[in-house]
Design a protein around this ligand. Sequence first.
Ligand code: ARG
Length: 261
Amino acid sequence: MNKKILSLFLLLFVVIIAGCGNKAEEKSVSSAGVSGQKIAVGTDASFPPFESMSPTGEPEGFDVDLIKAVAESQGMNVEVKNTGWDAMMNGLENGSVQVGIAGITIRDDRKKSFDFTAPYFTAKQVILVKEENSTVTKVADLKGKKIGAQSGTTGAFLIEDTLGKGYSGLKGYKEIAGAVEDLQNGRIDAVVADNAVVKKFIDKFNLKNVKIIEDKTVQQEEYGIAVKKGNKELLAKLNKGLETIKANGTYDKIYARHFSK
Ligand code: ARG
């Protein structure tokens, strides 16, 4: 090989290496930068009125407005991504998202992996049945029946806590909509899910011949915004943001937008 070609190759090699170096540097700056960095927020946009997908494919709803307002009040930049429930939970642990907001009930078992903000919404599990099922007044009455709930959520936990771990009539769904659909076409007898969401599904899909049953013995739940356990700095900002928007009326405005008709 003559010298000219060799030096050309050398030059090319140096250029390539330099190019790689630059890219790597750019990458680490954008992912490790602190101020002005976009915070990835995971959600499961199948849970109206808290989160659902807009006609143009953007997550929207009470939680989405809430986290945006909280972030804005703290000068933070957020991007809300519809990861789905399980990927949101896993993403919080592996760092692909920094915040989870999805009507997540604050629970002691979840506190092992996550830290939660102060509660921002009170909820309760309710039972949705066909109107003809008039004998059902509580979760225990569903014994022997097929019941749908979103897997990994408090609806499913309540069924198992009441009717036994691994209760064979429990059908787990990825999204509540699937359970509601199965109730309508008779594949299951009941759905257990969060009260405001069940109400919303009745309105949204104009469900007929169904009724909501409130079991008086079922405990209330509180929703919190989740971060990975130990992320104190971010948690403090989120709590400050929540306080701010509760005090300045923004929370009430967001509430009115999604809960009054
Ligand atoms: N509140 C319930 C829980 O934490 C259900 C939340 C489901 N949220 C959703 N976006 N699918 O288990």
